[in-house]
Unconditional design. Structure first.
Length: 128
């Protein structure tokens, strides 16, 4: 057990840890903005071609966002420590910076940060 309470720990980096972007919301806003443009380039109007253009432009932006978030998440979701005491001290001091599901390596052994039945923050050994 790391702490009696998991209060302050992020639910998941994918749903919005510190500084995380909401790629889906950005994608939807991009499409709405694109579609609302009053004058698409001549000779097009709000037709199938314009729908495909908005879909392609905003789809590329969405994929870029997901790629950027994936790079940040993969490095942010892995912590390494030499021993359990060091891991426990760091996690207690930095609860607001980590998310549930974070991979924690202690002395070469993998653990996952999660919440126990009583709401305690715990490290669960990973089974291979």
């Amino acid at each position: 057990m790391i702490a009696d309470s998991a209060e302050g720990v992020g639910a998941s980096l994918a749903t919005g840890g510190a500084g995380a972007r909401d790629c889906q919301a950005e994608h939807e806003a991009c499409f709405r903005e694109c579609w609302r443009k009053s004058r698409p380039p001549y000779p097009h109007k709000h037709d199938e071609w314009y729908y495909k253009r908005c879909t392609a432009d905003c789809g590329k932006a969405f994929n870029d966002c997901v790629d950027e978030e994936g790079e940040q998440t993969s490095s942010a979701q892995r912590l390494e420590f030499e021993n359990v005491r060091q891991a426990k001290e760091w996690l207690l001091e930095h609860k607001s910076e980590v998310a549930l599901g974070t991979l924690v390596i202690v002395g070469g052994t993998g653990f996952m940060l999660t919440i126990g039945a009583a709401g305690a923050l715990i490290l669960v050994p990973l089974a291979l």
